[in-house]
Design a binder for this molecule. Structure first.
Ligand code: UD1
Length: 420
């Protein structure tokens, strides 16, 4: 199994090109199930989750031609409707095929994703919404079995909670449903916005894109022609590298970014003392010599993202004072705390609130990656730790960070991928 060995550095500097967003690419790839043409997607990140979803589509009979950062997906040959356990267990987001397969074929089986390191992560809201659209859903032998032999019917859906993949699933289901679907309390994340925009540009009428109320006019089963498009930049990857600049007190420039998607992250980094200059698709962090403590509350977009919580905790260990970090989305998303403590961090937990006493000198240690973003927090901590940190189980990192060690090496980090 691979692990990362990182030696603490005094500073880093240079430019990092941000890849396409993993969390935008996943629903956009699932969306190709709604197309009758071969769909060309550009700016895909080379990460394990993308390969997993393309493998799932290939297993179902689609052809996927993935080179560099481009893929051509042809789902006209898709002839299976069952997403099996062996794939779903490696990636929860496989649930994104449920809406599109059901709406196109009238039936679909998906292995239940189950819990994961950051919490229970139920899919009840996806299922309830599909039932409201007329699907008959049963759970049997670990599989969700959904049937709608006469197609799904548009209706009004009120999500009890804001759900990102839930909103994406229902938007895709609604695209081929009969009649109009209105989603109330929809997610407003940029990744959901791009899905709506691509569908809209390909002939589906969607009102309210980027707001909490989406109205989708269904095409009553008629497949679509989806035009070529390019995936938006990864705001979480960008936020992580901005934190790398802040924690090492180094000027770093990111290219291929959309700063509008980074509003809450930039605001918190400014509170901690950094300043920024930007152009249309670049941003440079000018970090301060003193990192100020911060209060962070994770919430849905446009508030501070839960996917940046772990990285800010690493940064808070180097602040001059006490930071408070409150996790409101996932009940168990503090797995990185014990690993950061192994490196000398002073963090105490009370329910979903972490108190981080800063300015603790961290020291290199053997630590274990527990989930995707927790892993990147360990990378950030390792950059400023005394000595060598070995981060094990980096398959978590490989799920979502494209060429992490290459990008960090280019800005002067002493980082190597080794085999146990
Ligand atoms: C997506 C992102 C993930 C991010 C999360 C929150 C992808 C592939 N993943 O995950 O990186 O951390 O949004 O921004 O885009 N919930 C229910 N029932 C449901 C669905 C969700 O109770 O049926 C709850 C969840 O447990 C959680 C909250 O709603 O507490 C938000 O979850 P959700 O937005 O669905 O997260 P994902 O879409 O799985």
């Amino acid at each position: 199994m691979d692990y990362l060995q990182i030696k603490g550095v005094d500073s880093i500097n240079g430019t990092i090109k941000i890849s396409g967003a993993k969390n935008a690419s996943l629903p956009l790839i699932a969306m190709t199930i709604l197309a009758k043409n071969s769909v060309h997607i550009k700016n895909l990140p080379a990460v394990a989750d993308i390969k997993t979803l393309l493998k799932l589509l290939s297993n179902l009979g689609a052809t996927c031609d993935f080179h560099d950062d481009k893929v051509i997906v042809n789902t006209s040959t898709l002839n299976q409707t069952k997403a099996t356990y062996d794939i779903v267990k490696t990636m929860r987001a496989s649930i994104l095929v449920l809406g599109p397969i059901l709406t196109r074929f009238g039936h679909c089986e998906v292995s239940l994703p189950g819990g994961c390191a950051i919490g229970q992560r139920p899919i009840d809201l996806h299922l309830k919404a599909l039932e409201q659209m007329g699907a008959e859903i049963t759970i049997q032998a670990g599989y969700v079995e959904a049937k709608a032999p006469n197609g799904l019917k548009g209706c009004e859906i009120i999500f009890d909670k804001i759900t990102v993949t839930g909103t994406a699933n229902i938007v895709m289901a609604a695209a081929l449903a009969h009649g109009k679907t209105t989603i109330i309390n929809a997610a407003r994340e940029p990744e959901v916005v791009q899905l709506c925009e691509v569908l809209n540009n390909s002939g589906i009428n969607i009102d309210g894109t980027g707001t909490a109320v989406l109205t989708i006019e269904g095409r009553a089963g008629k497949l679509m022609d989806i035009n070529e498009f390019s995936v938006i930049p990864d705001r979480i990857e960008a936020g992580t590298y901005l934190c790398a600049g802040a924690i090492t007190k180094s000027e770093i420039t990111l290219t291929n970014v959309n700063t509008h998607h980074l509003g809450a992250v930039i605001a918190k980094l400014e509170e901690m003392g950094s300043s920024f200059s930007s152009t249309q698709d670049t941003i440079t962090i000018h970090p301060s010599k003193i990192i100020k403590p911060v209060r962070v509350i994770t919430q849905e977009y446009p508030a501070f993202p839960t996917d940046m919580q772990a990285q800010f905790m690493a940064l808070a260990t180097q602040a001059e004072g006490t930071s408070i970090i409150e996790e409101r989305l996932f009940e168990n998303r503090f797995m990185h705390v014990s690993e950061l403590q192994r490196m000398g961090a002073d963090i105490s937990l009370n329910g979903n609130v972490a108190t981080v006493n800063g300015r603790n000198k961290l020291s290199g240690a053997d630590v274990m990656a527990t989930d995707l973003r927790a892993s990147s927090a360990l990378v950030l901590a390792a950059l400023v730790a005394d000595g060598i940190t070995n981060i094990h189980r980096i398959y978590h990192l490989d799920r979502g960070y494209d060429s992490l060690e290459k990008k960090l090496k280019n800005v002067g980090t002493d980082i190597q991928r080794l085999n146990e």
